[in-house]
Design a protein around this ligand. Structure first.
Ligand SMILES: *Cc1c(COP(=O)(O)O)cnc(C)c1O
Length: 383
């Protein structure tokens, strides 16, 4: 079988049979002509299926070592389809520091439809087991977590899910399939915000999921077509193009991330630093076991823990742009307390480690020395 970089460039893609075009055409069509009523080549209407999207789905599935891939118009669209596998009364156990959008959808949308969500610290396997009852149907894991970079042991949690016959879902957005393949660890469904590392160029919003289960795939494809959160062919083309460099980009994200993490660790104004590559990270052993490298996401606080100092820093970086999102080629800096996690009450926010000065970096693939110099000069502007 082909290795990762070769699959990223070739899987699901053949030269166009009519012209030999090496790149997958953007099939900008809503419908397909039938030879006779009901007689078509598997393509009837583009909400259900589009050839550009199919090429992307096959490429993604191959990168996750999956039998099936499905793409959605956003990461939340993919998550929405997964929860729609459930019926009222069913219960879900989810990671306690979940992506804010997933938490919002679970608690503000699906709770209304009678689906019950429990948010549990997934380092505590007993707590997971104690939350399981007859109604529990799904375990939802996110690792690494945002923004605290906690690492959850996928194999262990999937083991609990299997024992109780629960569907296990892993949000693999932060790691990308280059660093972590949850299906190989026994998970049932892997989910992605393709907006982030998979596309990698900050110009598309898209979601995806992969699975090896034929039955789950059929249900999910039925939900995707019935509910309609499917992506268009132009965006599918862009993500397919983005995937071609995923392995090369991730290598640079990881090496830049490592360099930035070590620079921050030795800086006198930096307080705590959260990056799973450090041996003293509480989940370093698990990260080493289940990830191929540690990625380009880093959070850190300031010794002063002052909101103003964090703001000064974030406003003075020139290469790092102050913005939400992550996983693009360009470096971003974010302030969770006032941006992504502003809706969480201060007391709860601080309990989870999101202090006033916490900053989150999505380290891009620019030159390492420019990134470090940028952070150095911005840190100099404080106090
Ligand atoms: C961004 C993100 C999502 C949501 O994806 P969208 O493409 O923005 O809808 C879900 N999970 C994680 C971990 C994310 O970072």
């Amino acid at each position: 079988t082909m290795k990762f970089g070769t699959k990223a460039i070739h899987a699901g893609q053949e030269p166009d049979p009519t012209t030999g075009a090496i790149m997958t055409p953007i099939y900008q069509t809503s419908t397909y002509v039938q030879a006779a009523p009901g007689q078509h080549k598997g393509y009837a209407y583009a909400r259900g299926k589009n050839p550009t999207r199919v090429a992307l789905e096959e490429c993604l599935a191959s990168l996750e070592n999956a039998k099936h891939g499905l793409c959605f118009s956003s990461g939340m669209g993919a998550a929405d389809a997964i929860i729609k596998l459930l019926v009222p009364g069913d219960e879900v156990i989810a990671t306690d520091d979940l992506y804010g959008g997933s938490y919002r959808m679970f608690t503000k949308v699906f709770a209304k439809y009678g689906i019950v969500f429990h948010f549990v610290d997934m380092h505590d396997f007993d707590a997971i087991a104690q939350t399981i009852n007859d109604k529990t149907k799904m375990i939802w894991v996110e690792t690494p977590t945002n923004p605290m970079m906690k690492i959850i042991d996928i194999e262990a949690v999937v083991g609990i899910a299997k024992k109780h016959n629960l569907i296990s879902v892993i949000d693999n957005t932060f790691a990308s399939p280059y660093l972590q393949n949850p299906l190989d660890m026994g998970a049932d469904i892997v989910m992605h915000s393709a907006t982030k590392y998979l596309n990698g160029h900050s110009d598309v919003v898209m979601g995806a999921l992969c699975t090896n289960h034929d039955g789950l795939y059929e249900q999910l494809a039925f939900i995707a077509n019935s509910c309609g959160a499917t992506p268009g062919p132009q965006d599918s083309f862009l993500v397919l193009r983005g995937l071609k460099t995923l392995h090369v980009r991730m290598d640079r994200h990881c090496s830049n991330g490592r360099a930035v993490a070590h620079f921050l660790k030795n800086h006198p104004k930096v307080g705590h630093i959260y990056w799973p590559g450090f041996e003293e990270h509480p989940n370093h052993a698990v990260a080493k076991k289940q990830m191929r490298d540690f990625g380009g996401m880093i959070s850190f606080s300031l010794k002063t823990d002052s909101f103003e100092d964090a703001s000064t820093l974030a406003c003075n970086t020139k290469v790092f742009s102050l913005a939400e999102s992550l996983g693009g080629v360009e470096s971003l800096i974010g302030h969770p307390a006032s941006m992504t996690h502003a809706s969480i009450p201060k007391e709860e926010r601080i309990k989870t480690g999101i202090t006033d000065s916490l900053l989150r970096l999505s380290v891009g693939i620019e030159d390492e020395s420019d990134l470090i110099e940028d952070l150095r000069q911005a840190l100099d502007k404080i106090g």
